[in-house]
Design a protein around this ligand. Structure first.
Ligand SMILES: Nc1ncnc2c1ncn2[C@@H]1O[C@H](COP(=O)(O)OP(=O)(O)OP(=O)(O)O)[C@@H](O)[C@H]1O
Length: 743
């Protein structure tokens, strides 16, 4: 006790000193920002008053740019100060959460306090707090007491850890601290996990596990693949890795706009949107493949979302139709289809471009054969076809320009000989020349510009061609039906999701789009939902980027997959150095929920539970739907009275969710979650399983677990996803016979 008191005094003093440093810095920055704000406003006003707001005049534009540049620097400076203020405010609330006493070989012992950001006293150069991302902090996450080592830019540092201490500091007050010998002790983790969850994902910086830390700090690999069971922390790790890379990449200028996160849907993007700001970093762009479609294709055609596709598959009762739809998706998003697209592009280059001889001013400018030979030149093979055609267009245009003088002379002579018009001869000749060039331009454009959508449609419309392109490939048994269905769908106003993906893949390959070259790190979450074509699209778009890909093969919705899919994606992304890491421990669910949910997983992946206990899941049967709905309402109310804040009633499909919503909406305050209608999952929600992916709730009520609703193999995955959304409480409801997966 006396020892504890002594230590408490030391810690209280250290905290006071640290807070004083922070307060001092905060005060300075607050003074600074007031001045900077005034200067910035004045500079902006000055710029507005003294420069033209738009101009065609080159000199004026230069002047505008010259004025803009210092203004931009001033703005950046202001933003950096605001960022530092936010950092100090955060630190003031809780400056650090851990300490390790470390003696580097041959040096004296040092106490390393670890927090969200570095803190140094500018006068003494004393480092009061180390950012959790600096190399030395890794020893806190990775080691127990004793001999340790960590990688620093100057090589491996060895030494000994003699103390590991963790703190709870809130509102600048030290609530408690304790010492431990193990990595990050379970109690802190338990505490973090036993509370209620919120509608936004939290940071895990205080309790990152050793295996998670290894993934977060990996800088050796260009492609990091994480296969992790539900709730193992994949999304958390991916986001903390982003924060780490931004910090680590400070010198390489890896900023938030160099990173992109591919997310399954808008709701998920909202759910994770707090993590990076909480870690003191700017948010990164979160994009869905539907967003990418719009970026690449603009608004040439509307597309059906993946969510709509999933709803269609899940809610189709006709087994044959469902299987055909699944086979069609599987094929059109497969590696085989990518090969067909490649062959189609080659075929297009050789056979489908409608070259014609170009004549001008009575002479042949270029022949069809020459144009054809030009496009097929070996040395141009690596140049995307659209670029090659553009080059041809430019070449012909330049040649026409050269010949134009001669043509104008001829026209002037012609005009002179026909004087029965009121115009000036030269101007009239120019007008005639312009007029006759319109059909010529159209002819040239016809074979040098690509109309992508009709081209994509042609691939399916000409079945003979399709089969020729597919020769030697493993085409699905029902390919004929798939082609028929596709042709039918392509006649509709909206493009189906899988055709939209095929279409952007084709377009990217033919255009070699150069946007997004600034993206250096791509993070793909829920990777199991994607197919080869998705990764091909990413490869084409983010050519030089490194990748972090996290997923769980047991959480697919419309397909069955296994860990071989990771090999496939590796073969597509073709990164030099890659690693695949497994995370088998689930942190989200209580031990009871986790054990219950494991029954839906029959792959080789062994699921471990974190040792946090709760109630056993319960299965509720009622005679009729109306009684069942009332029971759900009563149970939700009970959940609320037990203190659970976020409660989700999860249905198999949107159709079922809507039906239940209509039935109970007047009895409880409940929100129906649909694709774009909701920004938040606060309170009580009804949601289809595919929209609940990646999210979590204190209490989950899975609705309609009868033998008709959950009977196919895919349904098992759906049950796994639904049940593993629950942290503390799980109940399942049905009428009639129970699903065979629950017996
Ligand atoms: N080291 C940790 N410390 C504290 N909490 C953690 C830790 N790792 C994971 N968690 C918590 O576990 C829960 C699940 O994490 P996360 O959503 O990242 O898992 P996931 O593997 O992406 O899950 P899913 O595949 O089901 O979407 C979250 O509440 C997260 O905060």
């Amino acid at each position: 006790m006396a020892e504890y008191k002594k230590e408490l005094k030391i810690e209280s003093n250290y905290l006071d000193e640290t807070l004083a440093v922070i307060e001092n810095k905060l005060e300075q920055e607050l003074d600074n920002i007031a001045i900077k704000r005034e200067n910035l406003i004045a500079a902006r006003r000055d710029m507005y008053d003294s420069t033209p707001h738009s101009s065609q005049d080159f000199e004026q534009i230069v002047e505008m740019v010259q004025q803009l540049s210092p203004l931009q620097t001033q703005t950046h400076d202001y933003e950096a100060t605001a960022k530092r203020i936010r950092k100090y405010e955060k630190l003031l609330d809780s400056p650090y959460f851990a300490r390790v006493d470390f003696s580097e070989e041959g040096l004296e012992k040092e106490s390393i306090y670890i927090g969200l950001a570095n803190l140094m006293d500018d006068k003494t150069y004393n480092i009061y707090v180390y950012d959790w991302r600096v190399p030395i902090s890794s020893i806190f996450y990775r080691y127990e007491l004793g001999d340790v080592s960590y990688n620093s830019p100057s090589g491996t540092i060895k030494g000994e850890v003699t103390l590991k201490r963790q703190y709870e500091i809130k509102n600048s007050k030290l609530e408690y601290f304790f010492d431990s010998s193990v990595n990050v002790i379970d109690d802190i983790l338990k505490k973090a996990l036993s509370g209620n969850t919120s509608s936004k994902m939290n940071t895990i910086v205080e309790s990152i596990q050793r295996e998670q830390d290894i993934i977060i700090r990996d800088i050796d690999n260009d492609l990091v693949i994480v296969q992790g069971v539900a709730g193992s922390g994949k999304t958390s790790v991916a986001l903390h890795r982003v924060a780490f890379l931004m910090y680590q990449g400070l010198t390489e200028k890896l900023k938030s706009n160099n990173i992109v996160l591919i997310s399954p849907n808008y709701l998920f993007g909202q759910y994770i949107s707090n993590v990076l700001p909480e870690l003191g970093e700017e948010n990164i762009a979160t994009l869905t493949f539907e967003d990418l479609f719009t970026t690449i294709c603009g608004n040439i055609v509307d597309i059906k979302s993946r969510t709509a596709l999933l709803e269609k598959i899940i809610s189709t009762d006709d087994i044959k139709k469902k299987e055909l739809l699944k086979a069609s998706i599987q094929f059109k998003l497969s590696k085989e289809f990518i090969t067909i697209l490649d062959r189609f592009i080659q075929h297009f280059e050789r056979k489908m471009i409608d070259f014609t001889d170009i004549h001008y001013n009575g002479q042949c400018v270029v022949t069809r054969d020459l144009l054809k030979a030009d496009i097929l030149k070996k040395e141009k093979k690596s140049v995307p076809i659209e670029k090659r055609l553009e080059q041809i267009n430019t070449k012909i245009t330049n040649r026409l320009q050269e010949l134009r003088k001669g043509r104008l002379k001829k026209l002037e002579k012609f005009v002179h000989e026909h004087t029965d018009h009121p115009f000036h001869e030269k101007a009239f000749a120019r007008l005639l020349s312009l007029k006759e060039s319109i059909p010529l331009r159209k002819t040239i454009d016809k074979f040098t510009k690509i109309d992508y959508l009709p081209l994509y449609k042609k691939l399916f419309a000409d079945k003979d061609l399709f089969y020729r392109l597919g020769r030697g490939l493993n085409l699905p048994e029902d390919i004929e039906q798939i082609l028929n269905e596709t042709n039918k769908n392509l006649g509709e106003e909206e493009l189906s999701y899988e055709d939209a993906m095929g279409f952007i893949c084709l377009k990217l390959k033919m255009t070699g789009l150069k946007t997004h070259r600034d993206i250096k790190q791509v993070v793909v979450d829920e990777a199991q939902d994607y197919y080869p074509i998705h990764f091909e699209i990413l490869k084409l778009l983010f050519k030089d980027a490194k990748y972090t890909v996290v997923g769980d093969v047991n959480q697919t919705i419309e397909k069955q997959t296994d860990i071989s899919s990771y090999e496939l994606l590796k073969s597509i992304l073709k990164k030099q150095k890659s690693t695949t890491v497994y995370m088998n421990k689930s942190f989200r669910c209580s031990h009871e929920i986790n054990t219950f949910s494991s029954r839906f997983v029959d792959s080789d992946i062994h699921i471990e539970s974190f040792d946090r206990h709760g109630e056993m899941p319960n299965i509720v049967h009622k005679e009729s739907v109306s009684v069942l709905d009332n029971t759900v309402v009563e149970d939700v109310k009970k959940n609320q009275s037990e203190g659970y804040r976020s409660i989700a009633i999860i249905c198999k499909s949107m159709t079922q969710a809507t039906k239940l919503y209509e039935s109970i909406k007047d009895k409880i305050d409940v929100q129906l979650i649909s694709e774009y209608s909701s920004d938040t999952t606060d309170g009580i929600i009804i949601v289809p399983i595919y929209m609940a992916k990646g999210l979590e709730f204190d209490s989950v009520l899975v609705y309609g677990v009868d033998d008709k609703n959950f009977k196919a193999d895919d349904d098992k995955n759906l049950l796994y996803i639904a049940c593993t959304r629950a942290l503390h409480k799980l109940s399942l409801y049905y009428t009639g016979e129970i699903s065979k997966f629950l017996i």
